[in-house]
Design a protein around this ligand. Structure first.
Ligand code: NAD
Length: 299
């Protein structure tokens, strides 16, 4: 296993992931077109290269990019330049079909490929506690495991190419649905005179309990680290949830699944994305409150 890693996409997630690889002793060839991202990577101890192709001069190339089109564009540029047998690991959240295409292109060019999207957000990326959902061959998974374990707390081999992305969109569809459901319950509670703390104290240990409530409570107070306590600064931006629900809605339609709540959640977040600015996805509670004419009880 090489100790040299190419890393493309040094944004909110990629920067701390690359920094953790440096801390673990890997030599990271980092590329991002944005100067501020390059400066941060230098501070974090990466070797910043000036073209994407230079980052392919490593036995492993990790991508953490905004969408599937960019991943496929980057693969088209890097695959002919990389050493034969390079392991391409795409950690971005992209369409299952794009993930499968990326793997077919990489393998067709004599390389190896895994899709390895993550959950856990920026905090998980910084702490090295992400969950990786991996699709691809067993041998490639075994080779990738040590470096995924540097960036993650849990690494699950979900199946063949594209199945890691399938796990990711299934998880985020469920998260979107549960955040909307939780927010509706909170606003109903507000209207009925239930304080946020009482709601939390009951529901966090009752059958309505969820990650959205206990880790990411969408109202300030009960979970002091949640974005609601910081004016809904992301965290996990509404635009990203909107993107993931769009991917999930595509997959529901393409596969003929009767996913009524998934499609509705995609619609609700699509509308909220237009008005939310750059707020965290948990700010959906504020829209539900506004649309219900319920005054805020936030301190
Ligand atoms: P981001 O927009 O902060 O970062 C993306 C980075 O990619 C930017 O710095 C951009 O300059 C860079 N980039 C664009 N084109 C490039 C290219 N051709 N070569 C190299 N770099 C390029 O996004 P993010 O929040 O870090 O998310 C990255 C991916 O992770 C997305 O697919 C997102 O859906 C997924 N994700 C994000 C979170 C989160 O909480 N932010 C959580 C889980 C998964």
């Amino acid at each position: 296993m090489t100790e040299k890693i190419g890393f493309l996409g040094l944004g909110h997630m990629g920067a701390p992931m690359a920094a953790n690889l440096v801390k673990a002793g890997y030599e990271v060839l980092a590329y991002d077109p944005v100067p501020a991202a390059q400066e941060q990577a230098v501070k974090d101890g990466a070797i910043v290269v000036s073209t994407a192709v230079e980052a392919a001069d490593a036995g492993v190339v990790i991508t953490m990019l905004p969408n599937g089109k960019l991943v496929l564009d980057v693969y088209a540029e890097l695959l002919p330049a990389a050493k034969p047998g390079t392991l391409f690991i795409d950690c971005s959240t992209i369409d299952v079909a794009d993930a499968k295409s990326a793997a077919v292109l990489a393998i067709g060019a004599g390389h190896r490929a895994l899709d390895a999207p993550v959950s856990g957000g920026v905090a998980g990326a910084a702490a090295g506690t992400l969950t990786f959902m991996v699709g691809g061959g067993a041998e490639d998974f075994a080779d990738a495991l040590p470096l995924l374990e540097v960036m993650g707390g849990k690494v699950v081999h979900c199946g063949g190419s594209g199945v890691g992305q399938a796990a990711k969109i299934c998880n985020n569809m469920l998260l979107g649905i549960s955040m909307i459901g939780l927010s509706e319950a909170l606003v109903l509670g507000e209207k009925l005179g239930l304080t946020h703390q009482s709601f939390f104290d009951v529901v966090s240990t009752a059958s309505g309990q969820s990650w959205a409530l206990t880790t990411y409570c969408p109202v300030p107070g009960p979970v002091p680290t949640s974005p609601a306590n910081n004016d809904y600064q992301p965290g996990f931006a509404t635009a990203l949830m909107n993107k993931d629900l769009g991917l999930a809605a595509n997959a529901l339609r393409e596969n003929g699944i009767d996913g009524q709540l998934g499609l509705l959640a995609a619609e609700i977040y699509n509308r909220f994305n237009e008005s939310s600015g750059a707020r965290d996805f948990s700010a959906i509670v504020t829209e539900i409150r506004d649309r219900s004419d319920v005054p805020s009880t936030d301190a």
